[in-house]
Design a protein around this ligand. Structure first.
Ligand SMILES: Nc1ncnc2c1ncn2[C@@H]1O[C@H](COP(=O)(O)OP(=O)(O)OP(=O)(O)O)[C@@H](O)[C@H]1O
Length: 365
């Protein structure tokens, strides 16, 4: 996949920008606070319709303006398309080739990106929410049915939590409608859990190998596994029976205590939880291995490499890891790298890259 060009209107500190990219490596160079990350964020927004920095739409709109527009010319599957996201103070719209899109599942997947930012360390260090978001987001890129089912699940979960409040007020322990919601949730979860397990197993196999390649240490074994709320066999009956067992507690606290919205991705080094036992450098290498593994997995699943966005990460890596990463990128993956200076990158990649200098929300020469 390739982003050929990008045009921005009132996005963050970009009033108007039209920029064409190299199909291989693009290095965005500029001092702190000039708009390099904003450009990466715009490409990411174009890909999944969300930012990796904020949930608040207004923050992405240039100060004192009412709307922002991000439009990109994208090539995937040898087909050229124009993807567009329009942001208003209280709305967001997506377009493909100037046609409005109403279902996000139709949009996601046309431009796949893998983003690597310093905060990604929280994949290992942070709470389960970070890892769940990672699994959901990455799986969405390769499985439209997963996006569809997950959104159905989230709507049903909201409905169930709302209904638990009603039952709590009425002081009722269960009723038919709650059981209908349980049945629908159980059915969906069988599919969603299977997808998650399959994804994590495939990713885990790759992470194990890539970690050893990057670290050059064969005595550090990384394992990923899905930590599911259901400890016995994953099937409809077992999920439903757990929901039933939890009725009283759920109604009392007016929330659904079990389900895939509570699950986690376990990351282990030599059988120990990486968050507690891996050093900072090892954790960083695990995240790097996960991102590279993801690139490979997306390629396996959809037949095309995603676009890679590296925001401020090169300075965080030591020379060996940096070069290892750049060697991998040297092959046919369109990549965007932000940096304050190219002096610290001693790699042949710099020569063939398009160097884009950014100053105060403008491309300068
Ligand atoms: N909604 C907005 N409207 C106008 N300017 C904004 C908006 N949001 C952020 N900015 C500006 O964007 C700039 C930050 O841009 P960005 O995070 O892309 O910097 P950067 O070049 O990546 O810097 P660093 O090297 O420090 O990471 C800041 O000057 C900030 O004030």
């Amino acid at each position: 996949m390739i982003v050929k060009s990008l045009s921005l209107s009132n996005f963050r500190n970009y009033n108007r920008l039209f920029i064409e990219f190299n199909q291989d490596i693009n290095i965005l160079i500029g001092d702190n606070g000039q708009g390099k990350t904003n450009l990466i964020e715009a490409i990411y927004l174009l890909s999944v319709g969300k930012s990796f920095k904020t949930h608040i739409i207004k923050q992405m709109i240039m100060f004192d303006y009412d709307f922002a527009k991000v439009k990109g010319e994208v090539i995937s599957n040898n087909k050229k398309r124009y993807l567009e996201i329009i942001l208003g103070n209280d709305f967001k719209r997506a377009k493909i080739d100037d046609q409005d899109i109403y279902k996000i599942s139709e949009y996601v997947g046309l431009l796949n990106v893998v983003v690597f930012i310093p905060d990604d360390l929280y994949l290992v260090k942070g709470g389960p929410r970070n890892r769940r978001r990672f699994v959901d987001l990455e799986l969405s890129k390769i499985s439209p049915i997963y996006v569809f089912n997950l959104s159905k699940y989230n709507n049903l979960l909201k409905e169930r939590n709302k209904y638990l409040k009603v039952l709590n007020k009425k002081n009722i322990n269960s009723d038919e409608y709650l059981e209908v919601l349980d049945e629908q949730l159980a059915k969906l979860q069988v599919e969603l859990i299977k997808k998650r397990i399959n994804f994590i197993n495939k990713l885990g196999e790759k992470v194990k190998l890539i970690y050893q390649m990057i670290s050059k240490k064969d005595d550090e074994i990384i394992d990923l596994c899905y930590l599911c709320f259901l400890k016995n066999e994953i099937n409809y009956e077992n999920i439903l029976s757990m929901y039933k067992k939890n009725h009283q507690r759920d109604i009392r606290y007016m929330q659904t205590h079990i389900g895939i919205h509570k699950d986690d991705l376990g990351i282990y080094m030599n059988g120990n939880i990486a968050d507690l036992f891996a050093s900072q450098g090892q954790q960083r290498t695990i995240v790097l291995a996960m991102k590279v593994a993801l690139i490979e997995l997306i390629k396996d699943e959809i037949g095309e490499y995603p676009v890679l966005l590296l925001d401020d990460v090169l300075s965080e890596l030591d020379e060996t890891r940096k070069n290892m990463l750049l060697d991998i990128l040297n092959q046919k993956i369109q990549t965007f790298i932000t940096t304050t200076s190219i002096d610290g990158i001693n790699h042949q990649i710099v020569e063939k890259a398009k160097k884009i200098y950014i100053k105060s929300g403008k491309e300068v020469t």
